[in-house]
Ligand binder design. Structure first.
Ligand code: PMP
Length: 326
């Protein structure tokens, strides 16, 4: 961790301690604060788990120096793991479904990792299976498995949660965050609920994703363009604990796209679609609290802007909704 005021030995030391910035369009009475994870060296929230998980696996002897991490990933996790692996002396291989952005795959390769693609129609499940097959073929290879590894949640419980509470002097009314693996939301929520069991917790997913089913709601499965959050098979999202969550908010692609463009043009944030969805949902929760419809212990809402729009320029993220490939 760093205050960025002293010289450091490695870029790995710059992971975390990201800024918390007010979302200006949110109600004055119930401010929304966004954790700007684009300030991490790999420009996403996933640098946190890359550093935390590789360090912990080395410390526990689950991974040997010179060994290999093989991870199924939509991309940001690969970048985070690639930086950590390179700096901590292990090799990295990533299995990525084809539909995910080429920018991310290029960055993983630039960081020295090997990238293997699996067919889009096999989804994340296909990538997970392939990662395990590869690990079985290699000596000293581990699959950290961000979808099922409690260290993913722990990384956020140990870092993101405490940072938020410190910045707001403990006055956190609601936590609202997008769920891919759900590590980010679960880690922050666990920390928050320990500080105050009444903290309001909302998960964010794209419309068409099926997390809502875990709360007994009817969700209609559909494709979506928002990248990095959501699930087509909640059974693979082993870390998600519905009991910790008060509400699951579904955000349509169009709403997320409008909001990410607005965040850039009005508030100077170059953030991507999962951040657009998180911002829209967090503003909604803040409005509910302001209108007396939500029960939160403080009049503040915290959310997470997970990654940067620059990573999706090739997909036309700033073009019209129809031209945006998602
Ligand atoms: N946004 C983006 C762009 C992501 O890549 C991810 C991770 N898949 C998330 C949000 C969600 O993070 P988590 O996996 O911790 O739920």
């Amino acid at each position: 961790m760093t205050d960025h005021r002293t010289p450091l030995d490695s870029v790995l030391e710059t992971v975390g301690e990201t800024p918390l910035v007010r979302v200006q369009a949110a109600p004055d009475e119930v401010p929304v604060y966004a954790k700007l994870e684009t300030f991490n060296p790999g420009a996403s929230v996933k640098d946190r788990i890359g550093k935390y998980m590789v360090e912990q696996m080395l410390e526990r002897g689950e991974l040997e120096p010179g060994g290999t991490v093989i991870e199924p990933t939509a991309g940001n996790t690969g970048i985070g793991f690639a930086i950590a692996a390179q700096q901590l002396g292990v090799d990295a291989v990533f299995v990525v479904p084809e539909r995910f952005s080429v920018e991310k795959q290029q960055l993983m390769s630039a960081l020295g990792a090997e990238v293997i693609n699996t067919p889009t129609d096999e989804g994340m499940g296909g990538a997970i299976d392939r990662a395990h097959e590869l690990a079985a073929e290699l000596d000293d290879a581990v699959v950290p498995q961000q979808f099922g590894n409690p260290l993913n949640v722990e990384a956020h419980y140990e870092t993101t949660g405490p940072e938020i509470f410190e910045a707001l002097d403990g006055e956190v009314g609601a936590v609202v965050a997008g769920c891919g693996t759900a590590g980010t939301l679960m880690g922050i929520a666990k920390y928050a609920l320990e500080q105050d069991e009444d903290t309001y917790v909302a998960a964010v997913e794209p419309e068409g994703s099926l997390y809502s089913e875990t709360k007994g709601e009817d969700a209609e499965e559909a494709d979506y363009k928002i990248e990095g959050i959501g699930t087509h098979d909640p059974d693979t999202n082993e870390l998600f604990e519905p009991d910790l969550v008060d509400e699951i908010l579904q955000v349509p692609d169009r709403r997320a796209h409008d909001e990410l463009k607005r965040l850039a043009s009005e508030e100077g944030h170059l953030v991507a679609s999962s951040s657009g969805a998180a911002s829209a949902a967090a503003r909604h929760v803040a409005e509910q609290i302001r209108d007396g419809e939500g029960d939160a212990p403080h009049d503040t809402v915290v959310t997470v802007f997970a990654d940067s729009s620059e990573r999706y320029l090739s997909k036309g993220i700033y073009r019209s909704f129809e031209e945006w490939e998602g």
